[in-house]
Write a protein that binds this ligand. Structure first.
Ligand SMILES: [Fe+2]
Ligand SMILES: [Fe+2]
Length: 279
């Protein structure tokens, strides 16, 4: 099973409607966002998608921050972008903090993202479980509306309990378990302002269940670490080019062999060729 992991595409902000500025959160973020938007470039993420499709992945995982401000126009654009990637049963999605910036955008989640966030039995309960071949993709939603300039996420007690249950069930079924989550899943990786508020509790679930692989985004740079038997990869942003030749877009391809062995390929954007290559 060959699958790709893309994250933090931060598609360009669509025009903001005047009534949307009544949200204090949106106002707070807008000026900050306008300064940094030159680092997230659509031609870069378009080149990424083209490169990724050339490998013909059997499945595509997208771990959130498809928008910047979680506005209506941005959510519509994100939905269309996800639709264009592959048929819905070949894409798994979890939202990021930018997609759930306001209480309004949190409430829109099912309307815009349900085709990619459903368990195989059709239930909308989180985390979802999507079994493809010998792999179970388990999507955890950490999206909660936050105060301005906070980029935290929360799994929550109910979702945490179900996560442990589905990790145990899929292990009994002999599946290779891939947990998809926007925020880094362990404590002491991010400052409190950007961290998962219940990372301590999640770490304990990981210790008890030892999923084979966890994929996350949020930090915009490639990261590789682990906990016990669990391998953890943070994938870089899918659209970033800071113009310094160093902070460039990244995505990963994962191949799970029938033996359970994992092969990882990292693809990075080259600003000179405007193409992606393995480093
Ligand atoms: Fe992000
Ligand atoms: Fe994020």
């Amino acid at each position: 099973m060959l699958f790709a992991h893309i994250t933090d595409v931060h598609l360009p902000t669509t025009p903001v409607k005047p009534h949307e500025l009544f949200s204090k959160r949106v106002l707070s973020y807008l000026s900050w966002h306008l300064k940094r938007k030159k680092h997230h470039l659509k031609p870069v993420s378009d080149a990424l998608v083209e490169d990724m499709q050339s490998f013909k992945p059997e499945h595509i995982c997208v771990t959130g921050d498809v928008t910047n401000l979680g506005l209506k126009g941005e959510l519509e654009q994100a939905r269309d972008w996800l639709q264009a990637l592959a048929p819905a049963n070949k894409v798994s999605f979890v939202p990021g903090n930018h997609d759930t910036l306001t209480p309004w955008s949190v409430r829109q989640r099912d309307k815009y993202f349900s085709p990619w966030m459903q368990s195989d039995d059709g239930k909308a309960e989180m985390p979802y479980v999507q079994v493809r071949g010998n792999v179970a993709f388990i999507g955890v939603d950490t999206g909660v509306a936050t105060l301005p300039f906070m980029a935290t996420g929360t799994v929550g007690a109910k979702q945490m309990a179900r996560l442990e249950q589905v990790l145990n069930e899929t292990k009994e079924q002999g599946l290779y378990r891939v947990v998809l989550i926007h925020h880094p899943p362990l404590p002491n990786i991010n400052k409190a302002r950007k961290a998962l508020t219940d990372a301590e509790a999640l770490a304990q679930v990981i210790d008890r269940t030892q999923p084979e692989l966890i994929l996350h985004g949020h930090n915009h740079v490639p990261m590789e670490y682990g906990r016990g038997e669990t391998q953890i990869f943070g994938t870089g942003s899918a659209s970033v080019d800071f113009g310094d030749g160093i902070a460039v877009a990244h995505y990963s391809l994962f191949e799970v062999k029938p033996s359970g062995e994992l092969k990882v390929t990292h693809r990075y954007y080259n600003p000179e060729t405007r193409k992606f290559a393995t480093r």
